[in-house]
Design a protein around this ligand. Sequence first.
Ligand code: SAH
Length: 220
Amino acid sequence: MNVRVGSRTGGKSTRSGEILAQKLYAEGIVNQQVLQAIARSPRHVFIPEILAHKAYDNTALPIGQGQTISQPYIVAKMSELLLADGTPESILEIGTGSGYQTSILAQLTPKVFSVERIKSLQFQAKRRLQAMDLHNISMKHGDGWQGWKSKAPFQAIIVTAAPSDIPKALLEQLADGGRLVIPVGEETQILKIITRRGDNYDERQIEAVRFVPLVPGAVQ
Ligand code: SAH
């Protein structure tokens, strides 16, 4: 597979990024736009320096505050699911964390809204994304259980922490025909994709996953 270079953001792919994208292709990720975004994203800037040698491994890593940067395969899989019906105009992300998933989404869609409950993580993510010249991202410090009502409806919503049940506010803030990609469960978690059809919500189960919990409330 060739991961082609050249993007809206003008970023260049790196050798380590391309190798990671090729691994993800081998694991079943087929969306070329997603693979290109992975190839171009400097994952090492999103993790503590001491773990830099693991930055392009296909694994989740700790980012402080008991949180993790998601595994690249899962980042790619969730992005691919969001784009399966075409490019959404805007995406709501719950759980900014390191900002890595945000940086991928910002290369795939015109506008990203991202909510994080831990202020210090949000602050660091914002600085990284600005340094990458990604300016189509709006961030909010708050509780993702509530979504982002004033910016709704969203054609696509992605949640990168697992609630025990799907937050009602997120279902309400989904546009008609829109897609919500979300891990659900406690001990055992399943990645789900919900598609809104008027007042009906079609649910499809994708695969077993492991995320940190979606914790109610925001903290400094
Ligand atoms: N996509 C991120 C994943 C970070 S882990 C990355 O790749 O780095 C999940 C994140 O969700 C954590 O940063 C955690 O603080 C955040 N989170 C947990 N509960 C939340 C809530 N209720 N609202 C907003 N963010 C939440």
